[in-house]
Write a protein that binds this ligand. Structure first.
Ligand code: PGA
Length: 257
């Protein structure tokens, strides 16, 4: 069984104080059910770099996992503006989002750089959450599978099979991110199924079946249940709806009685 993963991507939101406040509210919602939740799911938050230390403290004794929104591939050096895996690990960061569409499109990170970051994260025993997804124009031109699978392959090329079984993939159609236009469960499942085939090709069936594939793009408490019911949707990467404890907690409980 793949444990579901519900990851909150805070993007460039929440100061250390605000982050601490959100974690307190989230723990008030989730801590009492932590044993039931832990049976089949994991919860993760990915704050901005400077908010990570405060959130790390606020998470003491919690099963909520801590992630970052990017990572450099070197441990240290002349890379102005970047943060390394050893630095993140000082605060208990175990996961890192890599290749988010905002990194690809606004900051022009290409497949090469993304593959290097992914390899760096794996080399430091962090769990990469590799994001892939097509633009609206690409979908309209029937290019969805080609684009998504090319991004995936570029990332997987940097993921040695024997050390990358813990990799997570997030399918985030660019047209769904922050727009309120969620992919339908069928649209998402179709792409997730193709990603699953590529993962089995790369890792072999057993290991390929263990990789979680998250859906991201305007996930809300109202649409998560039908998404999570799909066979290859193993969780969600949540932006806007992860900034409020109540909505994120409801998403985390998706599909539970
Ligand atoms: P959204 O963002 O939930 O606000 O659409 C998702 C993401 O970019 O990871």
């Amino acid at each position: 069984m793949r444990k579901k993963l519900f990851a909150g991507n805070w993007k460039m939101n929440l100061t250390p104080l605000e982050g601490r406040t959100l974690i307190a509210a989230l723990r008030a919602q989730l801590d009492r059910d932590s044993a039931a939740l832990a049976a089949d799911r994991e919860v993760l938050v990915a704050p901005p770099f400077v908010t990570i230390p405060a959130v790390s403290q606020a998470l003491a004794g919690s099963s909520i996992l801590l992630g970052a929104q990017n990572v450099h591939f070197e441990s240290k050096g002349a890379f102005t503006g970047e943060v390394s895996a050893p630095m993140l690990k000082c605060f208990g960061v175990t996961h890192v989002i890599i290749g988010h569409s905002e990194r690809r499109h606004i900051f022009k990170e290409d497949d090469d750089l993304i593959a290097k970051r992914l390899a760096g994260a794996i080399a430091h025993q962090m769990t990469p959450i590799l994001c892939v997804g097509e633009t609206l124009e690409q979908r309209q031109q029937g290019e969805t599978m080609r684009v998504v699978l090319a991004q995936l392959q570029a990332g997987l090329a940097a993921a040695p099979t024997e050390r990358s079984a813990h990799l997570v993939v997030a399918y985030e159609p660019v047209w769904a991110i922050g727009t309120g236009h969620t992919a339908t469960p069928q649209q998402a499942q179709e792409v997730h199924a193709a990603i699953r085939v590529a993962l089995r090709d790369h890792f072999g069936k057993e290991q390929g079946d263990r990789v979680r594939i998250l859906y991201g793009g305007s996930v809300t408490p109202d649409n998560i249940d039908s998404l999570i019911a799909q066979p290859d949707i193993d969780g969600a990467l949540v932006g806007g709806a992860s900034l409020k404890a109540e909505s994120f907690a409801r998403i985390v409980r998706a599909g539970m009685a």
